[in-house]
Design a binder for this molecule. Structure first.
Ligand code: AMP
Ligand code: TRP
Length: 347
């Protein structure tokens, strides 16, 4: 029997993920990211979660609002089940290793790789001469976030897939350029029924905190009435639900509501369709609204409660930053060494 292939360097499983505090959190963030962050933690895996405030400022952020949104996002993580005692939860700018490693990666990544990033093209649009340099370099900072912890797995929504491929390319080029097996080739973890929650107004657009229409999304801060109202007003077609997923192929709005239902109920989309085959939206939407209110209501209540004590949130983030730094600092120090920087300063 052939010998099993030996990987030269086994990297212990560690999860890292981040969310930008650039606006309120949405149902998309909850189903695509937060809910799964809590599940990974509950599986007993080492989990490091970050509010990426340095990514947020790649587009203009009002300083007062940025602070508020960072605290609110931290409350959103905790209310969604991320336990700061079992996961490391902190904001990026408090751990300088991220910015330091990002610079090294700016010198590893190639202009051509960065120019192919669809999120940059979408965000810059026709205005590419006028956007910040940081917006272009954004994915190198994201790779630094992940690799400063040698994270092996990154749970994200579908929209982050290309950025994670770039992270793998950066890790592989660094390892290859310096002849080391230092960084893991990180695996994206894109799973579940709601890896891409769509806008409630347009089933071809992602639900996003930056959409100008508040009707397009469910915010983690929306109360029960608002959630129910938005779901009942969601755009749909006039057909009843089909009996299988194939029947939803060209019906993006209907497909989206089925996916949301599935993710909220912890069911597969197939099972939702089987259960609701032939239902009109007049009955499916109220059922979905009830389900959404029952899942999201307690999260909103807990978030509001946590927001009463912002000093406690700041304390949690500070403590998380100290724990994050203890992992990242030695890794980034080793990177400087590999790259050939003199490290002779005492203290
Ligand atoms: P962002 O809000 O862009 O910082 O995204 C934070 C996390 O939420 C990332 O893992 C995204 O992939 C995920 N996410 C954001 N919007 C959605 C969405 N509409 N559906 C699923 N996941 C999403
Ligand atoms: N770019 C991610 C987003 O907008 C946020 C992010 C920054 C991130 N750094 C990360 C996600 C590291 C995962 C891992 O959704």
């Amino acid at each position: 029997m052939a010998e099993p292939v030996q990987t030269p360097h086994a990297f212990p499983t560690r999860i890292f993920s981040g969310i930008q505090p650039s606006g309120g959190l949405t149902l998309g963030n909850y189903l695509g990211a937060l809910k799964r962050f809590a599940e990974k933690q509950d599986e007993g895996i080492e989990t490091v979660y970050c509010l990426v405030d340095m990514h947020a400022i790649t587009v203009w952020q009002d300083p007062v609002k940025l602070r508020q949104q960072t605290r609110e996002a931290a409350a959103g993580f905790i209310a969604s089940g991320v336990d700061p005692a079992r996961s490391i939860l902190f904001n990026q700018s408090q751990v300088t290793a991220h910015a330091e490693l990002a610079w090294i990666f700016n010198c590893v990544a190639r202009m051509g790789w960065m120019s192919r990033m669809t999120q940059f093209k979408d965000k810059a649009g026709k205005n590419s001469e006028n956007v910040s340099l940081g917006l272009f370099a954004y994915p190198a900072l994201m790779a630094a976030d992940i690799l400063a912890y040698k994270a092996t797995h990154v749970p994200v929504g579908e929209d982050q897939k290309q950025h994670l491929e770039l992270c793998r390319d950066i890790a592989a080029k660094f390892n290859n350029d310096f002849g080391v097996d230092f960084f893991p080739i990180t695996e994206p973890v894109i799973e579940g029924a709601a890896t891409r929650v769509m806008s409630l107004r347009d089933g071809t657009k992602k639900m996003s905190k930056s959409d100008p229409s508040d009707q397009s999304r469910i915010n983690l801060t929306d109360d029960a009435d608002m959630i129910a109202k938005k779901i009942k007003k969601a755009k749909t077609d006039s057909e009843p639900l089909p009996s299988d997923l194939e029947g939803l192929k060209d019906r993006p709005e209907a497909r989206n509501l089925v996916n949301i239902y599935a993710a909220l109920a912890g069911m597969s989309a197939e099972d939702v369709i089987r259960e609701h085959a032939g239902a009109q939206f007049g009955s499916f939407k109220p059922a979905l609204a009830d389900l959404a209110v029952s899942v999201m209501g307690p999260i909103t209540t807990e978030m509001n409660r946590l927001m009463q004590d912002t000093a406690e949130i700041d304390r949690i983030l500070g403590e998380g930053a100290v724990r994050a730094d203890a992992i990242a600092r030695p890794i980034v120090d080793e990177v400087y060494d590999i790259v050939g920087m003199i490290r002779s300063r005492k203290g």
